[in-house]
Design a protein around this ligand. Structure first.
Ligand SMILES: Cc1ncc(COP(=O)(O)O)c(C=O)c1O
Length: 238
């Protein structure tokens, strides 16, 4: 881990040399290693490490000012038994197909259901709802990647006295939701303004986010600032 930390810092320094500095996006991956092409990697292959550094993606300002439009595509999330979505890998084909379908429906993002019709997540973010004053979101058993940002939101809800539940959610459960939001490390917390169901019904949420979404946005920003101050030793660059 020490070694990885050092190599990431070195790659960021090289990137900053050309870009002049600023916040970065880092993705690291381990490959099977180079060697004879075979489905089963030979035991003597040495995995290669790939570290990608680029500018933090800039999400459209409209997403924050108004909200993201979600649509439920017909494609379903990979079942846990086939390819567990909690594995953070590089294979995003399932997510890409869902996202493309949602885009064709005029939305910005997809909300993927699993094979049983339960809500899972968006293509590369988690989706949360505010129902009866409580934050509710799909639990891991529905088949999703439990994001770090969503984990922090659950902590923030705990300290702010907001009820937070991870549970199996069906489309019917969210019909009466007052708010909807998505979370990811690069986006932080983004309001959702509408959700298109498969039959074309459009659920609408407050433009720019409701009260809970906006207070979670503020709490999250404070959390990040405080985290940075408390963890100076883990800084990857100055
Ligand atoms: C499939 C999927 N779900 C959720 C997330 C959100 O995770 P995090 O909050 O750790 O960025 C991501 C982020 O890449 C993702 O790829």
């Amino acid at each position: 881990m020490q070694d990885l930390h050092r190599e990431v810092a070195r790659t960021i320094a090289a990137f900053h040399h050309d870009s002049g500095g600023g916040d970065v996006y880092v993705r690291y991956a381990y490959t099977r290693g180079s060697g004879a092409l075979d489905l089963v990697p030979a035991p003597d292959l040495t995995p290669l490490r790939v570290i990608i550094v680029r500018d933090v993606p800039e999400w459209p300002a409209r997403h924050y000012a108004e909200g993201v439009r979600l649509a439920i595509p017909s494609i379903r999330r990979n079942p846990i038994e086939a390819l567990n979505p909690s594995i953070k890998g590089g294979n995003y084909l399932n997510n890409i197909l869902g996202l493309m379908e949602a885009r064709n429906l005029g939305a910005d993002e997809c909300l993927l259901l699993n094979g049983e019709g339960k809500i899972t997540e968006a293509s590369n973010s988690n989706v949360l709802f505010v129902i009866d004053g409580a934050v509710q979101t799909a639990s891991g058993e529905s088949g999703l990647l439990g994001g770090l940002t969503k984990g922090i939101v659950s902590e923030l809800c705990g300290t702010a006295g907001i009820s937070y539940h991870e549970t199996l959610l069906s489309v019917d459960d969210v019909r009466m939701a007052a708010e909807c939001l998505i979370t990811s490390a690069t986006r932080e917390i983004v309001p959702v303004m509408s959700l298109r169901l498969e039959d074309g019904t459009l659920l609408e949420f407050p433009i720019g986010g409701g009260e809970t979404t906006r207070s979670l946005q503020t709490l999250y920003k404070e959390y990040v600032k405080d985290y940075q101050e408390r963890n100076q030793e883990s800084r990857l660059f100055d």
